[in-house]
Design a protein around this ligand. Sequence first.
Ligand code: 13P
Length: 296
Amino acid sequence: MPLVSMNYFLPFAKRKGFAVGQFNMNNLEYVQAITDAGIEENSPFIFGASEGAIKYMGLENVVALAKVAAEKSKLPIALHLDHGSSFEMVMKCIRAGFTSVMFDGSHYPLEENIRLTKKVVEAAHAVGVSVEGELGTIGGVEDDINVSQEDANIANPKDAIYFWQETKVDALALAVGTAHGMYKGEPNIRYHVIEEVSKNIDVPIVLHGGSGIKDEAILKAISLGVGKINVNTENQVASTKVVRKLLEENPKMYDPRKYLGPAREAIKEVVKEKMRLFKSSGKVFYLREALDKEKV
Ligand code: 13P
């Protein structure tokens, strides 16, 4: 099947209490591992492509790989721009074949974030592409974005509800205490923010920095209205650990397939675990039935 917008599954995720994982692609092996995990778990998922990953892999390669994955797996897969920084970048991705985009205007004052996000929503919705917006400032490091703990700002629930009413984004990323990258201690997740905002908007909350969070915390966040969870670092750590060990143990190894193949397996196992934890496993059939019923 062709790539789908996040609206294929996110409204159901919120209604039925599960979350769809966004797994970031970094190279071909990530695309294969994430797709195989989706097939084995019969789970919808989102390929996240950051601007850094697009620069590294090439925009056309990113789109071609995601399209092939969706066609061959027959799973509902969205190809989503992660932390899009400008209207131009968003349009470039939509034109190339992305089915979903994030516009991250969180570093702008509220009204400016609303104005810019609205412009993206108008253009994206006109061609059936879903949009994620962001409020508050999520800490940690992702590509060129580096936000220190002091600069990380928890989203204000009133602002978040107002932001959604004004922009009508399809998913709302909120800074609630998680961070991109590895955690030093345990993150202090502000569940009350998730709860209050979710009760007052129609779309799911997005949890960024989904790596290294305890299972109970993830389940609680989902029960309160998180419907999309982003994971990248855990896949990177798991796959790099395998490569490091193999190269250390086999200093004469030079065929990339010999170390990237096992690294791919490690990513697949992490993604499968997340799909089960997020309760998106086994939901493909349910989604098809639910959508068919809606069409009648
Ligand atoms: P982690 O790398 O911490 O899993 O976060 C991923 C993310 O939020 C991508 O936007």
